[in-house]
Design a protein around this ligand. Structure first.
Ligand SMILES: [Zn+2]
Length: 451
């Protein structure tokens, strides 16, 4: 797969789509997540050239194709800020059938990956994401075994039509003394990301103080900082590693700022949270995986009490099972209420902000995505509530945060283009993709057995 033509075709594709993306979404129940626009029992959204130009009742737009959204809920596309997409072929792989725990299983699996596997896994993960109403994803790529693996993951991301961020990582089995491949990150930056910001941007995935010596992680963070690249690091994941005070170390070294993302922070102290808030750094939580892998109970209430505005992610379908960001919202809401021992500790709207406008802010894109308002890019979803297990909807906000499922997502638009329409993905043949994923998984298993 030659990388240069890909970039060209991506740029052309983006231009064409923006020219074509005119839609009038008619009569849906609107959760705009924009304070000026507000919520409406029924409203129209007019999209021209991929952007929202008007929101209101009975909008008139002769010649613009109409999407009937009566009886459905229209809301901003969901944004997943933490997902290791490369391992999406291995759903539920540990402890069985791998015979080991998650981290060991991933190390063995990762070594068997060829670029084609990375491509297919990311393509598959993104199809699942889009189908479930996710319009942007941060892909925390920690199995970049070669430049070709990086190109493969990027190709899948660009082809998907979704937005997000590629966090350029490292091979799982890389020595702690070795730094990320700076030369190739530079190459990728120049090759794919040198123009105006498109739907996807670039950052760096760093192992950090809990996994590498200071001589490694400081050089990596310095590399990112000097180039204005955001970086992300897993921190305070267990009670034991929190003794290393990773957040403190990052702070003391001058790397805690608005382009820093800290993942999990399950055992961070209140003083860590206060430092994070003061530095305007980003925090991502992934409750299902944090609990499933035994890190601990996601301290949602303590984060909120300290002023942290966490965003949410699926993390990995190996542990999370599926990519249901509605379910993650429900988990976050329930954790906060449970920890507060109070029924209404966190409002539904606050939880939906985590998956929309706050996540957009994490990506530095709050003026462009994350809510439905004139001037913004048309990233939105139409959720069908007229179905078993959903109807009747007594309250749209409560429905979205506590009852909706990926299967309820009827339409998905990114920059005004349909990535899912009337329940069907538009860019991939889902049943063929499932067959391809099965075949790739069997090849991987055979390779692991031979190794
Ligand atoms: Zn992670």
């Amino acid at each position: 797969m030659a990388a240069a033509p890909l970039r060209e075709s991506h740029a052309q594709g983006a231009r064409q789509a923006f020219d074509d993306a005119n839609v009038l979404i008619r009569g849906g129940t609107l959760l705009s997540m924009d304070p000026q626009v507000g919520d409406h029992a029924q409203a129209d959204v007019l999209i021209r050239a991929g952007n929202i130009v008007a929101v209101g009742r009975d909008l008139d737009a002769p010649g613009v194709p109409v999407l009937d959204a009566r009886g459905a809920i229209v809301l901003p596309g969901l944004i997943d800020t933490h997902w290791h997409m490369w391992n999406s072929l291995a759903r539920g792989y540990a402890p069985t059938p791998s015979g080991t725990r998650f981290f060991e299983a991933m190390k063995t699996l990762s070594a068997a990956y060829e670029p084609d596997d990375s491509y297919l896994a990311v393509r598959y993960a993104l199809a699942e994401a889009i189908s479930g109403g996710i319009t942007s994803v941060t892909n925390w790529a920690h199995n970049v075994r070669s430049p070709a693996h990086a190109d493969a993951e990027l190709r899948a991301m660009f082809e998907s039509g979704a937005g997000g961020r590629f966090l350029y990582g490292y091979p799982q089995d890389m020595a702690a003394s070795k730094t990320n491949d700076f030369a190739d990150i530079e190459r990728v930056r120049k090759q794919y990301f040198d123009g105006a910001r498109g739907l996807i941007d670039l950052g760096v995935a760093i192992r950090g103080p809990e996994r590498t010596p200071a001589s490694t992680w400081r050089r990596e963070m310095e590399f990112a900082q000097q180039r204005g690249l955001p970086f992300s690091v897993h921190v305070a994941v267990t009670r034991d590693v929190q003794k290393q005070r990773a957040i403190d170390q990052i702070h003391a070294s001058g790397f805690l700022d608005a382009s820093t993302e800290l993942v999990h922070a399950t055992h961070a102290g209140d003083e860590d949270f206060r430092a994070i808030v003061a530095a305007k750094s980003n925090v991502v939580i992934t409750p299902f995986t944090e609990m499933r892998v035994g890190y601990g109970i996601t301290p949602v209430k303590r984060m909120l009490d300290n002023g942290v505005r966490p965003t949410i992610g699926n993390d990995t379908t190996v542990l999370a099972g599926n990519a249901d960001l509605f379910g993650v919202m429900r988990a976050v809401l329930s954790l906060a209420n449970g920890q507060a021992e109070k029924e209404l500790a966190v409002p539904s709207r606050r939880v939906l902000e985590m998956a929309t406008i706050d996540a957009a802010r994490n990506l530095g894109l709050e003026s462009r995505i994350g809510s439905i308002a004139p001037g913004k890019q048309a990233d939105m979803i139409v959720v069908d509530a007229k179905r078993l297990g959903a109807a009747p909807v007594t309250d749209p906000l409560a429905f979205v945060t506590e009852a909706a499922q990926p299967a309820c997502v009827r339409d998905v638009l990114v920059a005004g283009r349909f990535l899912k329409r009337d329940g069907k993905l538009t860019r991939v043949d889902a049943s063929r993709l499932v067959d391809d994923a099965d075949a790739a998984w069997h090849r991987l298993q055979a390779r692991i057995k031979r190794a």
